[in-house]
Design a binder for this molecule. Structure first.
Ligand SMILES: Cc1ncc(COP(=O)(O)O)c(C=O)c1O
Length: 359
């Protein structure tokens, strides 16, 4: 039976990328060695990192003066590295859910933190950004509750941030849509959703924003260390970086960000339309502008909740994988990352409609 992978992360990757990774595990570029056993210092690995950085820059239109780093530690380590490197006195955070909250918690260890607004089921825009903050931090896509900062709300943020540095956790929507990188000083995320298997973290950092805090920054937590070392100060996650490269090549070959943005919109429209019209289900995010295209959350309408386990079984029998909602939200979550095609989302829509006919 064909499986449709709606896992929230680690998550679906293009089949051809998985196959090419498997080939490299057996024999890396005809060298007679597995990628699992080569040195990251070997002459053939540096080009992998260089090309991955170049492709991230090309696909996202990263301007001059920025570096793209591939590090360990996950986005969770960035919750701490960001304030370590950037927070001198005060930082502002937009709290849009679990991940923003974790970022706030870490920042509090370094200075004053202002939460300008908080909400889990919508994206607030009625707030000011303190102009004396060292930076303003946002989470562009709320993986758990299924909200995403729309392009229009991003434009509002750009307009009201003034000269304050903008920093974003883009773990779950990086490379899913165009983004004006020039408006940000740091963009980071765990790569295990739209880029790579688990184990590598991307950081896009504007070099000129660094070096402004007065504290000592431990070597491994200092962005400058990794810029100077070209992401190879210590042993990098070799295999996930290689898969990231293959995935970036896949995205470029298919038409890049414009193509994937259109496809992601088509998938989200398809599933949300089905849910909006459903007699049994409802999306959890009611404001259409704030709906995530990557993580589509839905629940049974009142009166039908007892069907939850039954639908889960029904969908699993039809090849749907990973659609259980996060325990904080309940219900269902279909993560429709870049590698999920329209056919996969259509299969879920068909499954929902088939179930509705039976009830
Ligand atoms: C938006 C967001 N930020 C941060 C994280 C944490 O990432 P990691 O597990 O790489 O630390 C996640 C994980 O799902 C996420 O979705």
């Amino acid at each position: 039976m064909k499986k449709y992978n709606f896992n929230a992360g680690p998550s679906i990757l293009p089949q051809e990328v998985i196959k090419q990774t498997a080939e490299a595990v057996l024999d890396f570029q005809g060298e007679g060695l597995s990628i699992l056993e080569i040195s990251h210092r070997a002459k053939y690995f540096q080009p992998v990192v260089d090309e991955a950085e170049a492709l991230m820059k090309e696909l996202l239109g990263v301007p001059e003066g920025y570096r793209v780093l591939f590090l360990g530690g996950g986005a969770s380590l960035q919750f701490c590295m960001v304030p370590y490197n950037m927070l001198e006195k005060k930082a502002a955070y937009l709290n849009t859910g679990v991940w923003s909250k974790k970022a706030v918690k870490e920042a509090k260890g370094f200075g004053e933190v202002v939460e300008v607004a908080q909400s889990t089921n919508s994206i607030p825009n009625d707030y000011e950004i303190p102009q004396d903050a060292d930076y303003f931090h946002i989470t562009t896509n709320n993986t758990i509750f299924g909200t995403e900062i729309s392009e229009r709300k991003l434009q509002e943020i750009y307009a009201k941030k003034g000269n304050v540095s903008l920093i974003a956790d883009m773990s779950s929507d990086i490379l899913s849509r165009p983004v004006d990188v020039s408006k940000f000083d740091i963009i980071y995320g765990g790569a295990q959703k739209n880029i790579a298997p688990a184990g590598v973290t991307f950081v896009i950092v504007k070099e000129s924003c660094l070096g402004k805090v007065s504290r000592y920054i431990p070597t491994m937590l200092n962005y400058q260390t990794h810029i100077d070392g070209g992401s190879m100060f210590n042993t990098p996650p070799v295999l996930p970086i290689y898969t990231a490269l293959l995935n970036l090549r896949w995205l470029k070959a298919n038409g890049g960000i414009e193509w994937i943005n259109r496809r992601n919109q088509e998938k989200a429209d398809l599933l949300y339309k089905c849910l909006d019209e459903s007699k049994l289900f409802t999306p959890t995010i009611m404001d259409k502008e704030d709906r995530s295209r990557m993580n589509i959350c839905f629940v049974f309408k009142p009166g039908y909740e007892e069907l939850q386990d039954d639908f889960f079984k029904f969908a699993t029998e039809r090849g749907m994988v990973g659609i259980k909602g996060h325990r904080l939200v309940g219900g269902f979550r279909a993560s429709c990352y870049n590698a999920m095609d329209v056919e996969g989302v259509q299969a879920l829509v068909d499954c929902i409609k088939e179930y509705e006919k039976l009830h």
